[in-house]
Design a protein around this ligand. Structure first.
Ligand SMILES: C[S@@+](CC[C@H](N)C(=O)[O-])C[C@H]1O[C@@H](n2cnc3c(N)ncnc32)[C@H](O)[C@@H]1O
Length: 231
């Protein structure tokens, strides 16, 4: 079976209408349904949902942090092969798909945006892999059940970062391998991580402030800065 398990038909139709399928720069092994620009798609998303003030359509692009984790996992399949993987804040699913292609036993992709869940389903199917996509906020837990927790580009907002680090700390404290890709976002707690690899990742000029971003794959390491909580 390929594709994801939790999807919406309307969401999939919107993703297909607004994107085209093509390889991801720097990880050409993976093809995604991607948009060519962000602002008009954002407006069309708000129109389609009849809501204002929605977050940007992150799902329509592979972000630098996710691309770096995907590259790392494809080049180091031993990091995930034979393990249960959780990709948190999956967006397009680029990281989840890389894990599935690299031999993970199972891959879950969690998102709070239902269009992202639809995009993960379509993208997994396009790459011939199985990913269980969930519309769920898992950040109050510890990623239970996952041997490896992956996250691409999640430290760009203060409030989100404040929830993400304790979540990752809890996963790490119960023994999960935790890898994060980050292109220098403002709220990355660098002191808690050890760099595993760094890449020059091509990015879309209208999403970022330059055409290439140096992006690091970090491993959460050592003792937590805050005590791990039981969940
Ligand atoms: C910059 S995008 C990164 C997407 C993907 N990991 C990548 O690197 O291409 C951040 C994503 O985090 C998702 N997100 C934000 N808060 C979340 C939460 N609490 N749980 C799951 N996903 C979340 C957003 O919907 C968005 O798709």
């Amino acid at each position: 079976m390929s594709g994801a398990t939790a999807t919406t038909g309307a969401g999939e139709a919107f993703v297909l209408e607004q994107t085209s399928l093509g390889p991801v720069p720097f990880v050409p092994e993976i093809r995604l349904h991607q948009a060519e620009e962000a602002i008009e798609l954002w407006e069309r998303t708000e129109a389609a949902k009849g809501e204002a003030g929605l977050p940007p359509p992150f799902w329509a692009f592979a972000w630098a942090g996710g691309v770096a984790v995907a590259r790392y996992v494809l080049d180091h399949p031993e990091a995930v092969a034979g393990t249960r993987v959780l990709d948190v804040a999956a967006g397009s699913g680029v990281v989840a798909i890389a894990a599935a292609l690299s031999g993970a036993t199972s891959v879950r992709a969690a998102e709070i945006d239902d269009y992202a869940v639809a995009a993960v389903a379509l993208n997994a199917e396009a790459n011939g892999v199985t990913v269980t996509a969930e519309c769920a906020d898992l950040l109050d837990g510890d990623g239970a059940g996952a041997d490896v927790v992956l996250a691409g580009d999640v430290f760009y907002e203060r409030a989100m970062a404040a929830r993400f680090l304790p979540f990752l700390e809890r996963a790490h404290a119960r023994g999960a391998l935790v890898l994060v890709g980050d292109p220098g976002r403002a709220y990355l707690p660098r002191e808690r991580f050890r760099a595993l690899a760094a890449y020059e990742v091509p990015v879309m000029a209208d999403l970022e402030d330059r055409a290439v971003k140096r992006t690091t794959v970090w491993r959460l390491d050592g003792a937590p800065a805050v005590p791990a909580q039981d969940h």
